[in-house]
Design a protein around this ligand. Structure first.
Ligand SMILES: NC(=O)c1ccc[n+]([C@@H]2O[C@H](COP(=O)([O-])OP(=O)(O)OC[C@H]3O[C@@H](n4cnc5c(N)ncnc54)[C@H](O)[C@@H]3O)[C@@H](O)[C@H]2O)c1
Length: 453
């Protein structure tokens, strides 16, 4: 299928609307000239009399791309644009977890059609505002599942052999050759993307796997689902949590659950910090009920690197840090080069599919809508993308607008207040596309119209 072009606002934008976001380039028409600093200004003035100042500029000025958000004044835009820099009202923004796209920021990005979060979480984006203004948001929730599963496997072995403590002792010069409480490993919990990956890796190492999940899920290999959390806790040497952060999973492992675990069992949490009651864990480890634990996530986590894991962060930090056979890692479960690369591919492809084909599969704030691709045998077809308020009577009006065309296929779905419609129509040219675009734009329910052809 040829790349679709995108009609969004006016006829003049029809042929280039999307390609402009990636290829639009202004020729440099001025070289960069920095104003003299106050320091040495008089010397510069004197020097200028004898030698003309050299105007410095980047080698390829048009390669300098500037994204201005938050209503930067036009004067600033003009100065930058005059240099030949690409000052863009972007259609697509790619961020990771640190950039906050609040309603205030998004309000200024008037051409924005989609945001790619090249990370797992999306709480840095105001998803509701974005949906309400026709901006789809994509992320990559499962690209690092394998990385987390591998970390957990490493931790199971390290805990069972008390590797952290033995290594620390050797670093401080102590030879302490012990074998008590060093178990042969057996048993795991959890069965989503990460839990099931972990199940496969654990079985490959010869462990037997039991899992508990709120829904019935097909077992990988010879793993076995158990009916309740209690049964799992009583039967597993290693309990590894891989559940989402939900009201139901808050403190899912607390005092009572530690009591239900095997004596000398182990706990691993690489899911969300709220899932384990840390005070209960500290007590269970102090009494020896729990022989070891590994934590990768915490109820509150520092926003940057530094000496922040102390009692200012959590009142129990000092107590926790003092425990033996406890592996503490700073939320690195998914942090591998492979995971980052997979995230790049997943989000990059989702953005291309959305921009070129209007597909919302995987969007976190839109209903998921997809249509089979148009083919090269359908050269005069166009795809209508109509994002609208989810109110009665819209489809009748949209179909009135489409009624002059043969609608090959059409799909619509809604999520909350926002609905998303895709329709492929045949035998269109740029004039009819413009007419159709304008008719749809006039509908009171309209949030955003795009036509891809
Ligand atoms: N440490 C890290 O770096 C890292 C990286 C990625 C994901 N995570 C976290 O790991 C967790 C699991 O991720 P995933 O991709 O496997 O999620 P997932 O959605 O694929 O799987 C979660 C599973 O938990 C089950 N579940 C939900 N509520 C439950 C309950 N009350 N009791 C039992 N099971 C329940 C669901 O049915 C589902 O099968 C998430 O909290 C995620 O945020 C951590």
């Amino acid at each position: 299928m040829a790349n679709a072009r995108d009609v969004k606002r006016s006829e003049s934008e029809i042929p280039h609307h999307v390609s402009r976001t990636v290829g639009f380039s202004l020729s440099p028409n001025m070289s960069f000239h920095s104003s003299p600093s106050s320091f040495g200004a008089s010397n510069l003035t004197q020097a200028a009399a004898s030698a003309a100042a050299k105007h410095l500029k980047p080698f390829a000025t048009e390669d300098i791309k500037i994204l201005l958000l938050e209503n930067v004044n036009q004067t600033g835009r003009d100065i930058l644009a005059e240099q030949g820099y690409q000052v863009e009202d972007v259609h697509v923004i790619g961020i990771r977890s640190k950039t906050k796209l609040t309603a205030r920021v998004l309000k200024e990005a008037r051409n924005l059609i989609v945001i790619g979060c090249f990370c797992i979480g999306t709480n840095q984006v105001d998803l509701h505002y974005a949906a309400d203004h026709g901006i789809a948001v994509f992320n990559s929730p499962f690209s690092n599942s394998r990385s987390v599963a591998e970390l957990v496997i490493a931790e199971i072995i390290a805990l069972a052999r008390q590797l952290g403590d033995r290594s620390n002792e050797m670093h401080s010069g102590t030879w302490n050759k012990v074998s008590s409480k060093c178990w042969e490993v057996r048993g795991i919990i959890g069965y989503g993307h990460i839990g099931s990956q972990l199940s496969v890796l654990a079985e490959a190492m010869g462990m037997s796997v039991i899992y508990y999940d709120v829904i019935n899920l097909m077992a990988m290999g010879t793993a076995r689902q158990v009916p309740t959390l209690e049964v799992l806790l009583a039967g597993a040497d290693f309990v590894s949590c891989h559940v989402p952060e939900l009201p139901e999973t808050r403190n899912m492992i607390g005092y009572q659950q530690f009591e239900q675990m095997k004596d000398g069992g182990y706990l691993i949490n690489a899911s969300r910090g709220s899932v384990v009651d840390i005070s209960a864990l500290i007590q269970a480890m102090r009494t020896g009920k729990i022989a070891g634990a590994a934590l990768d996530v915490y109820p509150h986590e520092p926003t940057g690197n530094g000496d922040y894991f102390n009692n200012n962060l959590h009142p129990w930090c000092t107590d926790l840090r003092a425990l033996k056979n406890l592996i503490l890692t700073p939320h690195i479960g998914g942090s591998t080069e492979e995971a980052q690369s997979a995230i790049g591919v997943e989000v990059g492809q989702a953005l291309v599919r959305y921009v070129n084909e209007g597909t919302t599969v995987g969007a976190v704030n839109f209903p998921e809508v997809n249509l089979r691709s148009l083919t090269m045998d359908e050269p005069n077809h166009a795809r209508v993308v109509f994002i609208h308020r989810n109110v009665p009577g819209v489809l009748r009006k949209v179909n009135e607008a489409l009624s002059d065309h043969n609608v090959d296929k059409q799909m619509t779905d809604s999520r909350g207040d926002v609905a998303y419609l895709l329709a492929d129509i045949s035998n269109v040219d740029t004039v009819t596309i413009k007419d159709l675009y304008e008719r749809l734009e006039c509908l009171s329910s309209r949030i955003m119209t795009r036509i891809l052809y």
